[in-house]
Design a protein around this ligand. Structure first.
Ligand SMILES: Cc1cc2nc3c(=O)[nH]c(=O)nc-3n(C[C@H](O)[C@H](O)[C@H](O)COP(=O)(O)OP(=O)(O)OC[C@H]3O[C@@H](n4cnc5c(N)ncnc54)[C@H](O)[C@@H]3O)c2cc1C
Length: 502
């Protein structure tokens, strides 16, 4: 497995194709380093003995020890370990651990390429597994570029006035394909090794040029990454882990980009676009059942700490509000566990989470996120947006004033009081905090997308049958469907020891 130092060195070797604020910059630009720091943690944890078996796994392909972010889950235990790994790693970096995007993309492609080959006799699965073997051996990272620019949202890709509104194939050659278009809001391409592209929606035959999936190195020819980094206000004196980390999202422009044949995993099989889009989205929503509870953990912790700073921890309404974090975060986590247990072994061998549980957990957290920030705001008071700048806490004429007046709870020192309020500002009232609010709603698909998935997958008829039986319309109640959720419990769930609980 790579070390974080090797990962950082590899990033610096990449060709400059990043654009930030009108400048073309290299991977050493300080504005993307907070994101590089997050990715580095995923390599560092893999070197820690306590995390063995949690952030590491045995590859189903090479049988070697690899980073779990690059592992295809083989059973419910793998999915639960992934969920737990994401929750604990997210707590470490104070937010999005980011490497799950690539994890969810490889899961989706491992399944969809096999199913496409089974129907059409194509060779995508062999190509993808060759790609994945190298990806695992080199311990690579990837962004998953699914979201297209999309143009007029009421029109299908082939109906758009601008045909480039969705990424599409403009030429098919013997040695590969040429693609054009742009993907937006894509997290991590600025500091990932690879970009994996999948379709964003269901397609019809007339949209077949938009049915395309492939992978390319992130610094590939004729690919531009127009990047927006997000981090908290720099600090001079009171350094803290939360300020080390951040994120960057990019618009990825494909400017008649050539993709070699070996890296193409879907080429016009329009009837599999929906399947691939949903496989990525549902796997990602299962990953959210790890990271969103961690965001709740962080918000809960900051709220509890600022309640201490305000000396109101024992007050009834504060206790009641703190319990709401537990109510949301743990329910979503439990949905992820259920999703793992009731997952399904696909024909590719990859074990896939149950879509219903993955979607209800993700939707709950998407709907809750502003409420959780609101609890923090209510308990913290207004100081999070009116706190004087850090420099004033150390200014010759203002230091004494602020050291005296920042203390509300006499048991907490002036420096720790300042640290608490600075964290509340960083988490609750900063570009980074806003990123988490919007990501909480739209990342992995807007709540309406989860609703649509539920309406496709959920068995309303079996519920109606219960009512018909209770009303006396039907004499028999057919319960052969086992609650309407297919149980394919894969065994081996609790056999292995769970690291970090020793
Ligand atoms: C922080 C962050 C990180 C992200 N990272 C990634 C990433 O790494 N990879 C990736 O692929 N994507 C990523 N995304 C994109 C994310 O998946 C999308 O934001 C999400 O799917 C919503 O798409 P959209 O932003 O284009 O909004 P839209 O889909 O345009 O939604 C906007 C509104 O329009 C409505 N709407 C949409 N279509 C229709 C229609 N036909 N008729 C009526 N109403 C409609 C929706 O319901 C919604 O209310 C990220 C997003 C965020 C915020």
């Amino acid at each position: 497995m790579r070390t974080s130092a090797e990962y950082r060195a590899d990033m610096k070797k990449m060709k400059p194709n990043l654009y930030i604020g009108g400048e073309k910059v290299g991977r050493d630009d300080p504005r993307i380093q907070p994101g590089v720091n997050v990715m580095s943690v995923t390599f560092d944890l893999a070197q820690e003995p306590d995390w063995e078996g949690l952030i590491t796994a045995t590859s189903s392909l090479t049988h070697k020890e690899i980073n779990r972010f690059n592992h295809l889950p083989q059973n419910p235990y793998d999915l639960m370990q992934k969920q737990k790994m994401i929750r604990l790693a997210t707590q470490r970096v104070g937010g999005c651990i980011q490497r799950c995007m690539g994890h969810d993309a490889i899961n989706a492609l491992s399944i969809c390429t096999k199913e496409t080959d089974d129907k059409y006799g194509t060779e995508y699965h062999r190509r993808f597994m060759d790609f994945l073997r190298n990806y695992q051996e080199k311990d690579l990272t990837s962004a998953c570029a699914q979201t297209d620019m999309k143009g007029d949202r009421t029109k299908r890709p082939s109906e758009q006035p601008d045909p480039d509104a969705y990424v599409h194939i403009v030429d098919v050659r013997d040695d590969g394909i040429v693609v054009r278009g742009a993907k937006i809001s894509i997290t991590i391409p600025a500091y990932a090794d690879e970009i994996i592209v999948v379709p964003t929606r269901a397609l019809k035959e007339e949209d077949k040029d938009y049915a395309v999936a492939f992978a390319i190195p992130a610094d590939w020819d004729r690919v531009r990454l127009i990047t927006r980094p997000v981090w908290v206000r720099d600090r001079e004196v009171i350094k803290a882990p939360f300020t080390e980390y951040g994120v960057s999202d990019s618009v990825i422009v494909f400017d008649d980009t050539f993709i070699p044949k070996e890296r193409v995993f879907m080429c016009k099989e329009w009837d599999f676009a929906r399947r691939l889009a949903l496989l990525f989205a549902d796997s990602h929503r299962h990953s959210y059942s790890g990271c969103k509870p961690a965001i709740s953990d962080i918000l809960c912790g900051v709220t509890a700490l600022v309640a201490d700073a305000n000396n109101i921890s024992r007050v009834d309404h504060v206790r009641q509000k703190l319990s709401e974090f537990a109510g949301g975060g743990e329910l979503a986590y439990a949905a992820g566990v259920a999703s793992a247990i009731y997952g399904e072994k696909t024909s590719s061998g990859t074990f896939f989470p149950n879509a219903i549980y993955a979607n209800v957990g993700r939707r709950l957290m998407g709907e809750n996120i502003y409420h959780e920030f609101n609890i923090l705001t209510e308990i913290a008071g207004g100081l999070s947006v009116t706190l004087p700048f850090e420099g004033d806490f150390y200014g010759e004429e203002t230091k004494k004033d602020l050291e005296k007046y920042i203390v509300r709870n006499p048991k907490i020192s002036p420096e720790d009081s300042h640290r608490i309020w600075r964290l509340v500002e960083n988490v609750g009232a900063s570009p980074m905090g806003d990123w988490y609010k919007i990501a909480g709603v739209h990342g992995g698909g807007s709540p309406i997308m989860e609703t649509i998935t539920l309406n496709i997958e959920y068995d309303y008829e079996s519920k109606k049958n219960i009512a018909k039986y209770l009303a006396g319309i039907d004499k028999e109640l057919d319960q052969s469907k086992d609650l309407g959720i297919k149980p394919t419990f894969g065994g081996s769930l609790l056999e292995a020891d769970t690291p970090l609980e020793k």
